[in-house]
Design a protein. Structure first.
Length: 480
């Protein structure tokens, strides 16, 4: 029993020693070993964005045409095949809501029946009127013949009787002539009335037939083989069953050309100044992490927009995918690394190594803080313009007692040199050299004739400083 307790005690002591080593000994070793070496080589500056694949071009599956002729402005999708379905030419795609057009068709049927009735009634009335007019002409013709017989028989009658007979004959001739003219007018009027009714009837028949033909177009079929992709509205929502579209843009779905793809992405306003058309892009697909593709920026928006449910301002960027791969599908999420700049043969270190004190940037190296001049950076690393050489070891995190380390400053000439370069890059004019007339003379005396003439041409203001342009040569003391 005593041996058992001794073994348990030894085990506890060993466990405590191990734990103390893990928590104290290993942490000290880790802290002391967090060093990295300054690297030198190709430095890429990238802008990382998330995008969505789209077809560069696509065939639109359109709804019925001619809806505006019947004052139908919006249509609803009653049924549509699933998004991403592969179809052949002529396969069923969707069915649209027919209710509004069906109601218009019923109204048109009633109007058409009314016009048929009116056409028949007008035809019968015209037939009766013209028949009566023809009968009247026949009667008047008979009456005219009777009057002519009376005149012929009155040659043996007294003059008064002959005169009366001729008067009756003239009246009969005039009545017949007027009746013939009236018949011609009635005939023209009847033809005009029939033409008007017939025109209205044919117009209604044509509209009715157009409605029937249009109704057949409410069943949508694929114009060619491909993969059916739902169209998205202004809010980014897919237009599936129940969605409505305008007759001004009657696109039900699309058949994308999957051989040419692009990625639509958005870059924040901080990084958009770095992105230019033509820049190369490394593209990854979330669905296939082992696949990598290349691309190029083909379009950068000039005007930003605000993201939904956010105050961030972004700019739309379109990236063309260079390679074709049958596994790529629209709406897949892409990770785009836009390479905005490539700098060769520069020294760079992890950003975590850089620390600052007021306006001075430095790194921990050895037992001191080494001042450095920083250049451009990417997401993880930053260029060191001066202060570090390739292969020098620096601490990734401040070592123990780092607050007591002294700073090794850079030479003032180096700092001024990079400051001038920075000002020139930002478009600021280089600060002019400020020297007294005596210092200028001494400087010019130490130059050769060629250097002196070039310096004067580059600094014409020297003539005013050294005598106001009295014709004396700089450095010559005015002697001939």
């Amino acid at each position: 029993m005593k041996k058992y307790r001794i073994y348990i005690g030894l085990a506890v002591i060993i466990l405590v020693i191990i734990l103390l080593y893990v928590f104290f000994g290993s942490s000290k070793t880790t802290a002391e070993s967090l060093e990295v070496s300054a690297e030198m080589g190709l430095f890429e500056i990238k802008v990382s964005t998330t995008g969505e694949l789209e077809a560069k071009s696509s065939e639109k599956i359109l709804g019925p045409s001619g809806l505006r002729n019947f004052r139908i402005w919006n249509l609803k999708i009653d049924d549509i095949i699933p998004d991403g379905t592969v179809v052949d030419s002529g396969d069923y795609v969707a069915t649209l809501d027919r209710s509004e057009l069906t109601n218009r068709l019923k109204d048109n049927e009633l109007d058409l029946e009314s016009l048929y009735t009116k056409f028949t009634q007008n035809q019968l009335d015209t037939t009766m009127d013209l028949r009566n007019a023809r009968d009247e002409l026949v009667n008047l013709q008979y009456n005219l013949e009777e009057r002519q017989i009376t005149v012929d028989q009155s040659i043996y009658e007294p003059p008064a009787t002959q005169r009366q007979a001729k008067i009756d004959l003239d009246k009969a001739e005039r009545a017949y002539s007027q009746a013939v003219e009236n018949y011609q007018l009635k005939l023209k009027k009847a033809r005009a009335n029939m033409a008007e009714v017939n025109t209205k009837l044919r117009k209604a028949q044509r509209e009715y037939q157009e409605m029937l033909d249009l109704l057949d177009q409410f069943t949508i079929y694929a114009p060619k083989s491909g993969m059916v992709i739902y169209r998205r509205d202004w809010n980014g929502q897919k237009q599936g069953v129940g969605a409505t579209f305008s007759v001004w843009d009657p696109v039900v779905a699309e058949l994308p050309n999957l051989t040419e793809m692009k990625s639509r992405t958005y870059v924040n306003e901080i990084d958009i100044s770095k992105v230019k058309v033509g820049q190369p892009v490394n593209i990854g697909i979330d669905a296939f992490p082992d696949k990598e593709y290349t691309g190029n920026v083909i379009e950068v928006a000039n005007i930003g927009e605000q993201m939904r449910n956010s105050n961030a301002k972004v700019f739309e960027v379109i990236i063309e995918v260079n390679e074709f791969d049958s596994i790529l599908r629209p709406a897949m999420t892409t990770k785009n690394m836009i390479i905005t700049d490539v700098i060769d043969s520069v020294v760079f270190v992890p950003i975590e190594c850089i620390h600052s004190n007021d306006s001075i940037s430095y790194v921990y190296m050895g037992r001191s803080r080494q001042q450095v001049i920083l250049g451009k950076s990417n997401e993880n690393k930053i260029i060191i313009c001066a202060g570090l050489d390739e292969g020098e070891d620096i601490y990734l995190v401040p070592p123990e007692g780092a607050a007591e380390y002294s700073i090794n400053p850079l030479d003032t000439a180096i700092i001024n040199h990079f400051k001038r370069l920075d000002e020139q890059e930002k478009g600021k004019p280089e600060k002019k050299e400020e020297l007294s007339p005596e210092e200028l003379r001494e400087k010019l005396m130490n130059m050769t004739q060629e250097e002196r003439m070039k310096y004067i041409q580059e600094h014409p203001e020297l003539m005013q400083k050294m005598g106001g342009g009295q014709g004396r040569r700089p450095g010559g003391g005015g002697r001939k």
